[in-house]
Write a protein that binds this ligand. Structure first.
Ligand SMILES: [Ca+2]
Ligand SMILES: [Ca+2]
Length: 581
């Protein structure tokens, strides 16, 4: 075929015209972008903390008497944040992205953290971008709280002063990250609550930014505090995702926002979904920095691939700690920070069980029951028993004849519990929750730890049934069809009650089958891809549909629910068909 010179000229002209546009659209050969991500700092300036010696979190514990209930290393937070900044400084990343819960809403905490960030940026030339979480912004009713205006002013140097666009009605903004990528920082908070929602006004603002990004030829990386996809199978049912998350994720995916960086649930998890039009979206959630296992992410964006690697704060500089630690604590903090961090978390779970399951304070508050009333007394009695039930030692270490351990209650019901290195119910809770926080969790229902946890729950129920005050107990026993004589918690009563829960009856098998998918929703990673070190599809790639992703649009969503329900039914039928049912 003969090529006419005029046609050739046309082709050459078109190519030349396209060249500058190719640059704008970040075509192949664009410098890759590397970002550093840390979330949920819950920062406490050491100077604003009460002396550590005055803490009474877990009296008598030699290492963790200062624990709080969430397992957040408050006294160590300054040291952890400093170490995280050193890691960021020595990483190839030019920007640190923080998806919310920078500090509880006291303005003093925020100003101290913002000043630390300002000095860091000035010294290193690297950039820090933040967005608010549910703990950050509230009404400034007492004069010390951080409201929206104060938040934006405090973090002017962390996104707001260099924003390309900012939503006047929220903390949302956009800022260029380089490499053809633009940060879309989205305020997903309903101030003063832990709820996540993007109302119509905020969504309209986001849509205007999507149009602007298209005009400018840049790709949007989302960052917001709340989950935009489910991270475990019942999360969408128990809330804590952003409201109407499937519809919102569908829109984000359709707008070409392939990655949304989130925090809030304090876990490392990555979930994927595909929109009706085939567009893929990832929710990359990062662990609370001051909670075990103290994770941060380094994410590299190139056209075809997004590489996620996870790192851990596994040492701190003791010089950054406030005074008041004992020798044993300092030794462990210096030699094995992860062990200190895990021990602190375990202690926090123990404190949680002691305080919240054992006293009516929190429940009474939410039920509007006032202290000193008969209702409060009744609740206190019940909660005291429940606290006792969950504090039962797993094994009969005391060697007393009284039935006062999980081991003895299970034995009364004809079940032996396996030997283990765990001492308390709270140790098992700490293990399961910490594995979920760590990510890539894979503890199946049949694993000894899960079975032990379930046995402890059953034994706790037996203990509670037998020890709650008579009036409530009578009603319960009548309902369960246990003879009235069992009201006194003697050996016979334990045997009768324990057999109800531990015996291999058809009813118990059905119960176990129903519980299994709920338990594994927490103990096994619910959705691909993997949570920690993984290569994802880049913005310019359009690969295969992700396995086990969270479906987003109409019929798929219904199928997903139907599928979950069918799985439950099948497990129930399998349980009934098993020998001995
Ligand atoms: Ca996952
Ligand atoms: Ca997971």
């Amino acid at each position: 075929m003969k090529i006419r010179p005029r046609k050739l000229l046309c082709v050459l002209m078109s190519l030349l015209l396209c060249l500058p546009l190719a640059g704008l659209f970040g075509a192949a050969g664009e410098e890759p972008l590397t970002v550093f991500v840390a979330s949920d700092l819950h920062y406490r300036p050491p100077g604003m903390l009460a002396p550590i010696g005055e803490q009474t979190g877990l009296p008598g514990d030699p290492l963790y008497w200062h624990t709080n209930i969430q397992g957040q290393l408050e006294y160590e937070s300054d040291a952890i944040v400093n170490e995280m900044l050193r890691r960021f400084e020595s990483s190839p990343a030019k920007a640190l992205l923080i998806p919310g819960d920078l500090a509880d809403s006291h303005i003093g905490y925020h100003l101290a953290l913002a000043e630390k960030f300002r000095l860091f940026e000035r010294r290193t030339g690297k950039k820090i971008f933040v967005i608010n979480g549910n703990h950050d912004v509230k009404d400034n009713a007492d004069g010390f709280t951080t409201d929206l205006a104060r938040f934006k002013a405090a973090y002017a140097g962390c996104g707001y002063s260099e924003a390309l666009a900012a939503d006047p009605g929220s903390a949302s903004y956009t800022a260029d990250l380089g490499g053809g990528y633009r940060l879309l920082a989205v305020d997903s908070c309903v101030y003063g609550t832990s709820d996540g929602e993007i109302n119509a006004q905020r969504l309209a603002w986001i849509e205007s930014q999507v149009a602007a990004a298209k005009t400018d030829g840049v790709k949007l990386i989302g960052m917001m505090h709340h989950s935009i996809l489910e991270h475990f199978k019942i999360q969408g049912l128990v809330a804590d995702t952003v409201k109407d998350y499937r519809a919102l994720a569908e829109r984000f995916a359709g707008w070409g926002i392939k990655v949304v960086l989130t925090g809030h649930k304090h876990a490392n998890d990555i979930t994927c979904a595909v929109s009706a039009s085939g567009a893929r979206i990832y929710d990359i959630e990062t662990n609370c920095l001051i909670n075990y296992p103290n994770t941060y992410r380094v994410i590299n964006f190139s056209d075809n691939e997004i590489q996620v690697t996870s790192g851990y704060i596994d040492r701190i500089d003791l010089a950054d700690l406030p005074p008041g630690y004992n020798g044993a604590q300092l030794e462990l903090l210096a030699n094995d920070f992860p062990a200190f961090s895990y021990g602190y978390f375990k202690a926090a779970m123990q404190r949680y069980v002691n305080e919240y399951a054992g006293t009516p304070r929190k429940l009474a508050g939410s039920l509007n029951i006032r202290e000193g009333t008969p209702a409060y007394e009744a609740l206190a009695a019940v909660m005291g028993v429940l606290g006792g039930a969950l504090s039962l030692p797993l094994y009969d270490t005391a060697g007393t004849p009284a039935i006062d351990s999980v081991e003895e209650i299970a034995a009364a019901g004809g079940e032996n519990i396996a030997a283990s290195g765990y001492a308390r119910f709270s140790d098992l809770v700490a293990l399961i929750v910490s594995r979920m926080f760590a990510g890539d969790e894979n503890t199946p229902y049949e694993a000894p730890e899960v079975q032990l946890l379930l046995q402890a729950v059953k034994a706790g129920l037996v203990y509670a049934i037998l020890n709650i005050p008579d009036a409530s107990a009578s009603a319960l026993f009548a309902g369960l069809g246990v003879p009235g004589a069992a009201l006194k918690p003697g050996r016979a009563a334990y045997a009768a009650a324990a057999k109800l829960l531990f015996a291999k009856t058809a009813a118990n098998k059905i119960l176990a089958a129903a519980v299994k998918p709920l338990v594994e929703g927490i103990t096994v990673d619910s959705f691909s891809p993997a949570d920690l070190n993984v290569t994802l599809e880049g913005y310019a790639a359009s690969g295969a549909v992700c396995e086990h992703g969270d479906p987003l649009s109409g019929p798929q969503v219904l199928l997903d629910y139907l599928n979950r329900f069918l799985n439950l039914l099948l497990s129930l039928m399998a349980a009934l068909a098993a020998p001995g049912a």
